[in-house]
Design a protein around this ligand. Structure first.
Ligand code: 5GP
Length: 209
């Protein structure tokens, strides 16, 4: 009998302003099997952001408490604020067979790869650097100083792209969503993510040796 398909952990990173938030929302809306993890952060909410939707907004004290109690599967400091992935939701969704998406930066991505070797790491890039700056400015929610800092950070993050499994360019939203979905489906078929199924088949075939 075919075993129930297991959920995989999908890490999506990309420079701030790449549009990965919109991309992930669209992916989750378009297909049933994805769950989007909501991170915890010490950053203040941007206009329009809601508690529990984009993030769980917490104090530094609360964040540290979560860290100490092992409530986060990874965390990182990014441009002066802490960000982390709450453990419970991720574990519950994976159990259910869902593919869980973590929209996190590179330090966190590498920690996830260490802890979960079968996690799939995807990097989303804008078509070019000028477009990235335009998108950050277009948001209208960040100060000049914050925009400059995030562009500097993007230059640093670009150094780590080789660590990822796949690279996708976010030029046209629908096209990018389709491409990501296709890559994730393909990743499900890789032997590394089907070790139990392979072991089962080998066991069944033992009888014919
Ligand atoms: P922003 O402040 O623009 O929402 O996020 C800043 C950066 O933090 C983005 O690259 C975002 O992907 C990353 N980030 C969001 N949540 C987490 C998290 O839980 N862990 C880590 N390591 N990075 C996160």
């Amino acid at each position: 009998m075919r075993m129930k398909r297991k959920g995989i952990l999908i890490v999506v990173s990309g420079f701030s302003g790449t549009g990965k938030g919109t991309l992930m929302k669209e992916l989750v809306r378009s297909y049933e099997n994805y769950s989007l993890s909501v991170s915890m952060t010490t950053r203040g909410p941007r206009p329009g952001e809601e508690e529990g939707k984009e993030y769980f907004f917490v104090s530094e004290e609360e964040f540290k408490r979560q860290m100490e109690e092992d409530g986060l599967i990874e965390y990182a400091c990014y441009c002066g604020n802490y960000y982390g992935t709450p453990r419970e939701y991720v574990e519950r969704q994976l159990e259910k067979g869902k593919d869980v998406i973590l929209e996190i930066e590179i330090q966190g991505a590498l920690k996830i790869r260490e802890k979960f070797p079968t996690a799939l790491l995807m990097f989303v890039m804008p078509p070019n650097a000028a477009e990235l700056k335009k998108r950050l400015e277009g948001r209208g929610t960040e100060s000049r100083q914050v925009i400059d800092e995030r562009m500097r950070r993007a230059a640093e993050e670009a150094e780590g792209i080789d660590e990822y499994d796949f690279l996708v360019i976010n030029d046209r939203l629908e096209q990018c969503v389709e491409e990501m979905h296709g890559l994730i489906q393909a990743a499900h078929s890789m032997p590394v993510r089907n070790s139990e199924l392979i072991a089962e088949m080998r066991k069944e075939l033992e009888a014919f040796k």
